[in-house]
Design a protein around this ligand. Structure first.
Ligand code: T4K
Length: 375
């Protein structure tokens, strides 16, 4: 097939601000000669995020993984934390950095996330918390897990790395559980060229987080805490603020791209879309399809290979399940059949600002031909 788009095509969003706005924001940083250590842009970003997400506090940090590890230490959690294996390894890495033991749960085949019903059987005498993941930006049973955590005296946290701009029952993700973590990695819809934040409605926790992200004195001072240099830089804060301004347009463009994919891939046997509830807001950051090897004409991995030959770099997020990778895999790994099956069948397609309509059309035509239909 003759290709006209931009190659290679990546799954990351790689969203960029308008050049003029970017220059002006960075000129301000250079003029002030204030690059880090709680400058005005960090403070502006924390306020803007809290406002957008409808929470009392947002505490931005250098990236999402470090933010999560610091959150876990700030809460002084001990023992074991239950989380899904169907996530990016960073979710579990943060737990280990905080001295906690991950206990991997299977997920619901429909939501691809943990739920109260699934998690309850894993609670043991050493469980201190549950860490849900809003995978693909779809809310991870916030009400069921909150009721369970209350009943069993557990702390409930969420990894919301995928969920900027997404909602649950009309409320923006960010205010569920005791705290939530967002990522501003370059591949996320809100691109800070690295960055992340913790959101919470707990005033005391926010004070501790602000102290722990920095070696510098903060107001109010909190003596005796373990500290880390996990501050967001002024450059990262500037990028993230510009992205926040653009977020509605970025989401709208993602929605359009997502619909185009859906239309062009409709009716291919064995290929199903990971959907978003029409009643909720989604950022449509991820275009994910499940490939049923038996009926789609070729396996997920064969399709991945066919696309890669055209420099269409779809990805197997997540593969394999975190319980199957070092340093987490045990001699006797837990039986997580739904996780294993998702890891073997899901494919994430290129999306984000860098992907043109023509790129989508060519990607879909390639998939249709590979699956045995005509392009
Ligand atoms: N929890 C969850 C559920 C997460 O998904 C993540 C991160 C985290 C926690 C941790 O948050 P952070 O600590 O990262 O803030 C990528 C990202 O590195 C990672 O942030 C993200 N999740 C994960 C889902 O995807 P990789 O290793 O697969 O990314 P990478 O570097 O291979 O990039 C993906 C594609 O984008 C590649 O094809 C190359 C392209 N790319 C990437 C970058 C960074 C570019 O073209 N330009 C770029 O600057 O993990």
């Amino acid at each position: 097939m003759k290709t006209t788009g931009t190659r290679p095509l990546h799954v990351g969003q790689l969203n960029l601000p308008e050049e003029e706005a970017f220059r002006s924001a960075f000129q301000g940083i250079f003029d002030r000669r204030f690059f880090a250590n709680h400058g005005p842009l960090e403070q502006q970003l924390d306020a803007a995020l809290a406002d957008y997400l409808g929470v009392r506090h947002a505490v931005s940090m250098v990236n999402g993984t470090a933010a999560l590890a610091i959150l876990l230490r700030a809460l002084d959690l001990q023992g074991e934390v239950i989380l899904p294996s169907f996530t990016f390894p960073a979710t579990a890495q943060a737990l280990v950095w905080a001295g906690l033991k991950p206990v991997f749960s299977d997920v619901d085949p429909e939501t691809q996330a943990i739920s109260a019903g699934i998690v309850e059987g894993l609670i043991g005498p050493h469980t201190s918390a549950v860490l849900g993941v809003h995978v693909w930006g779809r809310a991870c049973d916030p009400e069921g897990l909150a009721a369970l955590a209350d009943r069993r005296g557990l702390t409930l946290l969420f990894d919301a790395a995928h969920a900027m701009g997404c909602s649950y029952r009309g409320k923006r993700i960010g205010g569920f559980g005791r705290a939530e973590m967002f990522s501003f990695h370059a591949t996320k819809i809100l691109n800070g060229a690295e960055g992340g934040c913790i959101t919470t409605n707990d005033d005391d926790l926010a004070v501790r987080l602000r102290a722990m992200r920095s070696f510098h004195d903060v107001v109010p001072p909190v003596p005796g805490l373990l500290r880390m240099n996990a501050k967001i830089s002024e450059a990262q804060a500037a990028m993230t603020l510009l992205g926040l301004d653009q977020l509605p347009q970025l989401i709208e463009a993602n929605r359009r791209r997502y619909r185009l994919y859906r239309r062009e891939l409709a009716g291919i046997p064995g290929l199903t879309f990971v959907d978003h509830a029409a009643s909720e807001e989604s950022n449509f950051q991820f275009v994910v399809v499940a490939v049923a090897g038996g009926t789609a004409g070729l396996s997920r991995d064969a399709l991945l290979q066919v696309l890669a030959e055209d420099r269409i770099l779809a990805r197997r997020y997540f593969h394999p399940g975190v319980h199957r990778i070092a340093p987490f895999r045990d001699a006797a790994p837990p039986e997580l059949p739904v996780t294993d099956s998702l890891c073997d069948s899901l494919l994430q397609l290129p999306s984000g600002q860098a992907i043109t309509d023509q790129d989508v059309l060519e990607t879909c035509a390639r998939i249709r031909t590979a699956a045995g239909g005509t392009a």
